[in-house]
Design a protein around this ligand. Structure first.
Ligand SMILES: [Zn+2]
Length: 370
């Protein structure tokens, strides 16, 4: 019954349009579902949903579950189809299992909690907006919102039982290169070509995969006015990521130096704006939360796998607040593509794993108190 219920609930969720910044309809739907279950969810100014559920136990851990409400493009008018063992989209949109499998999993866990009368102390749920376009929903959260003993972020691919314990920090670097405009035919010697400065800098920068923990990308280059004018301004937008702080700083320094040196060499200048988008996630293998995920996986006979990820998510920001946090594989595959799918097995296992996590977290705390 629970299995069919989560499949129906998932299908219903993916049919609701909810690309980033257009989460009103899905938020309305989720608030309604939560209220029907007897809870009192609230939405904050940014549009994130918050819910705290107090269990019957006076003591125990506060367990936070997080997922995001928005989907990527093309994500409107999804026509989900159930094939033999999986759910796919009609082929012209994403499926939106990223992250509606997470939403469906949390809703079904809450339904099961009621039905099975499971004992726990406190659960927090945070469902964010605008995750896909820069973690904007999560950035609006305060420490009080995310304060918890353990946080599970339901937003990773891989089978249920997969745990993501490491993710990179990300640095954003914008280079505003200044040269000097001149007529290309009449007096080019009076000009300083900003595109040439940017070009020289870019050839000196290592990008793509730097090593197993580090990546960098030149993402946008914009500048120039006309074919017959020496361009005096170019904007280059880049990023660097690493799970290793020293390597990240080294990469950032190399990128900054490449632009400074190129500007100097060719007689221009460069204004550099860079900043940390989010910090790295690094949850040690011997930490309590990893042990809890292992115990929970064993409890329901799942393969427990711990992996590192190359991407950022709400987990990056919540971990940044000092909350023990891991990402959970929720069975979504080929995300951000029209070939996205989720198997029925993973979808139906997810709420059971969430319940097992809750129970394992409580058992772990009880054992630790003895
Ligand atoms: Zn996602």
């Amino acid at each position: 019954m629970s299995d069919q219920r989560i499949i129906n609930s998932f299908i219903e969720l993916v049919k609701i349009n909810s690309t980033s910044r257009n989460e009103a309809a899905i938020r309305w739907h989720l608030l309604g579902e939560l209220r029907r279950l007897g809870y009192r969810p609230a939405a904050d100014k940014k549009g994130n949903i918050h819910l705290t559920v107090n269990g019957a136990l006076a003591h125990g851990p506060v367990v936070l579950f997080n997922a995001h409400m928005d989907t990527v493009e093309p994500g409107n008018n999804v026509q989900p189809k159930i094939l033999k063992d999986r759910i796919v989209s009609g082929g012209d949109t994403v499926l939106g299992a990223d992250d509606k499998a997470g939403l469906a999993g949390i809703l079904e866990m809450l339904r099961l909690l009621k039905a099975k009368k499971i004992l726990f102390h406190k659960i927090k749920i945070i469902l964010t907006v605008e995750e896909e376009i820069g973690l904007h929903g999560a950035k609006a959260l305060r420490f009080e919102d995310v304060k918890a003993d353990y946080c599970f972020v339901l937003d990773s691919d891989g089978d249920v039982g997969t745990v993501v314990n490491q993710a990179p920090a990300q640095e954003i670097l914008d280079f505003q290169v200044k040269g000097k405009a001149a007529h290309a035919g009449l007096n080019p010697e009076d000009g300083v070509n900003a595109i040439k400065i940017a070009g020289l800098a870019i050839t000196k920068i290592k990008s793509g995969r730097i090593d197993s923990e580090t990546t960098a990308n030149i993402g946008i280059i914009k500048g120039g006015v006309a074919g017959n004018i020496v361009p005096d301004e170019v904007l280059v937008k880049t990023e660097a990521r690493s799970r290793n702080e020293q390597k990240l700083q080294k990469q950032v320094r190399a990128m900054v130096n490449a632009f400074r040196q190129a500007a100097q060499k060719l007689g221009g200048s460069v204004k550099i704006k860079h900043g940390r988008e989010y910090e790295a996630v690094n949850q040690p293998l011997d930490s309590a939360i990893i042990k809890i995920t292992r115990t929970a996986a064993r409890k329901i006979n799942l393969l427990h796998k711990v992996l590192a990820s190359g991407g950022g998510s709400d987990a990056s920001l919540i971990f940044g607040y000092g909350v023990p946090t891991v990402g959970l594989g929720i069975g979504m595959e080929n995300v951000h593509s029209t070939r996205e799918y989720i198997t029925l097995r993973n979808l139906t296992l997810l709420p059971k794993y969430l319940l097992a996590l809750l129970q394992s977290a409580n058992a772990y705390e009880r054992a630790a108190r003895r």
